[in-house]
Design a protein around this ligand. Structure first.
Ligand code: PNS
Length: 190
């Protein structure tokens, strides 16, 4: 069975990675699908997020990383997937996730949403939280893959004066931007 794991992944966290790895054990194939969302101002462009996810998941042979726009169910139909994979962290996730699952069910009867309970150690973790910590110079290398932490520090290096308080990652200079996007990255969090 093929499952789509849709999301913003701005950026991928260890919580996402936990769901991806467990999803890859459950399904024959998993596609991590990054939403191209013009109504959000992301920190990273879609190509950057795809590259971050690819680098984090090189050990998973039944995983593909892609992007999509529009409705998730339409993308799932296009890829002939029968399942949408989502992580559930806390009770407050449940209401929104259930609403999404029900909405998606009205749009396509044959596509099921499968929820995985996020592992305990990541139940508090979100991309927004990681960005907030980094924005104020706090340590994030225990929350995201190491190369993603470096990317985030580079983004914020120009905006905060204090060095990131991390044990094994030094502050890094501003990096060159990747091309091929129409988004306005590195702006304020939506
Ligand atoms: O990582 P996120 O931001 O929680 O992911 C949310 C996502 C991308 C899964 C959701 O917003 C989505 O599916 N958007 C695509 C538009 C869509 O299909 N809407 C109808 C379902 S509510």
């Amino acid at each position: 069975m093929l499952a789509i794991y849709p999301g913003s992944f701005d950026p991928i966290t260890l919580g996402h990675l936990d769901i991806i790895e467990r999803g890859c054990r459950l399904f024959d194939q998993v596609i991590v699908a990054v939403l191209r969302n013009p109504s959000k101002t992301p920190l990273f462009t879609v190509p950057e997020r795809i590259e971050q996810i690819r680098q984090s998941t090189q050990h998973l042979s039944n995983l593909e990383v892609d992007s999509f726009d529009g409705l998730t169910v339409n993308y799932a139909k296009l890829r002939q997937a029968n399942a949408l994979l989502r992580g559930l962290r806390v009770l407050s996730d449940f209401e929104m996730e259930l609403q999404m699952a029900h909405t998606n069910k009205t749009l396509s009867e044959r596509i099921e949403t499968i929820f995985l309970a996020t592992s305990n150690e990541y139940s508090f973790l979100s991309s927004s939280l990681v960005k907030e910590i980094a924005r104020f110079g706090g340590p994030i290398d225990h929350l995201v893959p190491k190369h993603v932490a470096i990317d985030i520090y580079k983004c914020f290096a120009k905006t905060h004066l204090a060095s990131p308080q991390t044990t094994d990652l030094a502050p890094v200079p501003e990096r060159p931007r990747m091309e091929s996007t129409t988004e306005t990255p590195h702006g304020q969090e939506a």
